[in-house]
Design a protein around this ligand. Structure first.
Ligand SMILES: C[S@@+](CC[C@H](N)C(=O)[O-])C[C@H]1O[C@@H](n2cnc3c(N)ncnc32)[C@H](O)[C@@H]1O
Length: 282
């Protein structure tokens, strides 16, 4: 199976997810920005650098890095979903950010220019059909000595923002992502030994993983959190229109599952990631 064939399901998945990510951008950023921002701090972009943001989505982290590299630098967001890339380009235009560009491309196969000082990703590298092959290709984006820094989720057991609502939802709908812990999906890189194997296989040196924890903000109240977590899951997005009766029972169970996480700052759960760094030894 070629990388392209193995990735067809991912292309379809992320094209379909694009409109939801656009709609929920603010809440998604509230949930995952603490992790993405920590990874940018670890990457430590320098003024004037060229940095590639792999799986950039609608571009939030691309814009953050663009501020760090300044007008003498540039950030190239690469995403397999043209819907995400179109949204990112629209945001760049409305924000007036000129040191970014976006390409709709598969990181497995894209012919990178090879002039990047660093490659970054905020949760954009766990969806590869062929992870080792993808990282062989990603390394070609980097100059000798170039840096890699990405953030990915630790196991679901450390991330109740996903397990609590999904366990409740499972009673009502079939959920995506297979049972193979390494199959493409949010938790494909939860196993640190596997991440090392993938990056070693990709020819990276100095591979390091640091655990990081932050509160995941799911919304100001239970109703908002239910709408958010069900809206970003393709199995349940739009269910209130498709099947109002089922949606009522589903939302009630998910609300019960989230209630223990209601705080005076809204619905917040623990969330745990790996901050992964490596270099291109050349
Ligand atoms: C969980 S989203 C993260 C989006 C963005 N980094 C953020 O934090 O807002 C994962 C992103 O990876 C992209 N993606 C998945 N497989 C990819 C591939 N093979 N090449 C490039 N992008 C990919 C998806 O289209 C999606 O936008």
């Amino acid at each position: 199976m070629t990388a392209h064939e193995s990735n067809e399901a991912q292309v379809n998945f992320w094209e379909a997810a694009g409109p939801v990510w656009k709609k929920e951008q603010e809440q998604l950023d509230a949930q995952i920005s603490p992790h993405g921002s920590k990874a940018i701090e670890v990457l430590a972009p320098l003024a004037g650098e060229t940095i590639i943001d792999v799986g950039c989505g609608t571009g939030t982290s691309t814009f953050q890095i663009a501020e760090e590299v300044g007008n003498g630098g540039r950030v190239i967001g690469c995403d397999i979903s043209s819907t995400m890339v179109d949204a990112a380009r629209g945001r760049a235009a409305s924000l007036g950010v000129s040191n970014v560009e976006f390409v709709a491309a598969d990181a497995h196969t894209h012919a990178f220019a090879g002039d990047a000082d660093a490659v970054y990703s905020r949760f954009g590298v766990m969806f590869f059909g062929d992870p080792k092959g993808a990282f062989v290709n990603i390394r070609t984006a980097l100059k000798p000595g170039g840096r890699l820094c990405f953030v990915c989720w630790q196991p679901p057991t450390l991330n109740p923002w996903v397990t609590a609502p999904l366990e409740a939802a499972r009673k009502h709908v079939e959920l995506p992502f297979g049972n193979d812990p390494r199959s493409p999906g949010p938790f494909a890189f939860a196993d640190s030994a596997w991440v090392r194997e993938v990056l070693d296989g990709g020819g990276f040196a100095d591979v390091n993983l640091e655990p990081f924890e932050a509160q995941a903000d799911l919304g100001p109240d239970i109703d908002a959190a239910v709408q958010f977590v069900m809206g970003i899951n393709p199995a349940t997005a739009g269910i209130a229109d498709r099947d109002p009766e089922k949606a009522k029972a589903l939302f009630a169970d998910v609300a019960d599952a989230l209630r223990p996480y209601l705080t005076d700052k809204g619905v917040q759960t623990a969330s745990a990631t790996w901050l992964v760094t490596a270099t291109n030894a050349g």
